[in-house]
Design a protein around this ligand. Structure first.
Ligand code: CTP
Ligand code: MG
Length: 181
């Protein structure tokens, strides 16, 4: 098996899902999605999930997918590997799914009595991967099957927590985030 091609192809296909959460950190603020509502005395989602951050994250994810489509021929030739293009529905599934997974994780965290910003290792790093694959699979099933073979999914599941931790530690170091996760 060509490991370099597998890893490059899998991470490339996930890029429109990697960017939205980071973009939401930069663009977030304003009214929370849950409007302050509570469930059993706990916030539904919390102040960390805002309309602006969510919409901004999805928008940036779509822009990234468009930029990758433009860059694809040159990058693929340079690396000597096949890289997928992103049709609109696939891009939307990845970007919106990443945000949805993150929102779903917040919902779970509040049910588990974790305050905003509390770390839940595993959930924090893979919530958006699960959401992105699920929504892309729903919006663009054939594309998702072609882009994410089982080995590719395995690569994503192993590599994503490492990449995620790296970018969050960097965002924390730069003062953009209040916790390094
Ligand atoms: N953010 C946002 N909207 C989102 C996701 C993130 O506005 N849908 C912004 C918020 O300012 C949030 C920051 O990005 O505080 C960091 O995101 P994240 O770590 O996902 O949220 P937390 O504040 O840790 O909240 P939670 O515990 O609910 O995950
Ligand atoms: Mg957090």
């Amino acid at each position: 098996m060509d490991w370099a091609a597998l890893v490059a192809g899998a991470l490339w296909a996930m890029l429109p899902a990697y960017v939205p959460n980071n973009a939401a950190v930069l663009l977030g603020g304003g009214p929370p999605i849950d409007g302050g509502r509570t469930l059993g005395g706990r916030r539904l989602l919390g102040d960390g999930k805002t309309w602006r951050g969510t919409a901004g994250g999805i928008g940036v994810g779509l822009l990234v997918a468009g930029a990758l489509n433009l860059a694809r021929p040159a990058v693929a030739a340079r690396l000597g590997v096949d890289l997928v293009a992103f049709p609109l529905l696939a891009a939307l599934g990845l970007a919106a799914g990443a945000m949805l997974g993150d929102v779903g994780a917040s919902f779970l965290k509040r049910r588990l009595d974790r305050e905003r910003g509390a770390a839940v290792p595993g959930l924090d790093q893979l919530d958006f991967v699960a959401g992105a694959l699920a929504l892309a699979g729903l919006f663009a099933p054939a594309w998702t099957r072609a882009a994410f073979s089982l080995p590719a999914i395995a690569v994503v599941v192993v590599a994503t927590p490492l990449l995620h931790l790296g970018t969050n530690v960097a965002a924390y170091g730069a003062g953009l985030k209040t916790e390094p996760w």
